[in-house]
Ligand binder design. Structure first.
Ligand code: AMP
Ligand code: ZN
Length: 137
């Protein structure tokens, strides 16, 4: 879809720190890293959000969650994870292409719930590159 930043990422027109890709799904590091390893899983096909998807269409995305969640948890030595999707601006959606947030949680981390729904600074590219290597290495 024209003018969709995630469609451009999937097409390779905008760079991303890719964690996983197959025919249906693309996963990449969130540019803001609410916690280290914060990843987005998106369907390659454009949908505005889950309100616009069938169960089967969503299932192609959610089917990848256990494998990716465990990979990120293990490689980042996380203690837990929040998995969430924001549907519409009223719920905090800012990019209107379906995505599921995987937010690793670490014992003792603070402020995550508060910062998740606020405007967050972009992470340093060197940090993103390091995290990508940690997860894929
Ligand atoms: P939401 O606010 O739930 O719609 O989530 C959108 C997420 O996309 C935010 O956490 C942003 O940090 C993230 N984001 C926006 N642009 C990019 C980008 N170019 N690369 C990686 N993540 C992005
Ligand atoms: Zn899109």
């Amino acid at each position: 879809m024209d003018n969709c930043i995630f469609c451009k990422i999937i097409a390779g027109d905008i760079p991303s720190y890719k964690i996983y890709e197959d025919d249906d799904v693309y996963a990449f590091l969130d540019a803001t890293q609410v916690t280290k390893g914060h990843t987005l899983i998106v369907p390659k096909k454009h949908f505005r959000n889950i309100f616009e998807m069938t169960g089967d269409e969503l299932a192609t995305v959610t089917a990848k969650i256990p494998e990716l969640a465990n990979l990120i948890k293990d490689k980042m030595h996380a203690d837990g994870m929040n998995i969430m999707s924001n549907l519409e601006a009223a719920a905090g959606q800012s990019v209107f292409h379906t995505h599921i947030h995987l937010v690793p949680r670490y014992k003792g981390d603070t402020g995550v719930e508060e910062t998740f729904f606020r405007e967050k600074p972009m992470a340093d590219p060197a940090l993103l590159e390091g995290i990508q290597k940690e997860i894929l290495g």
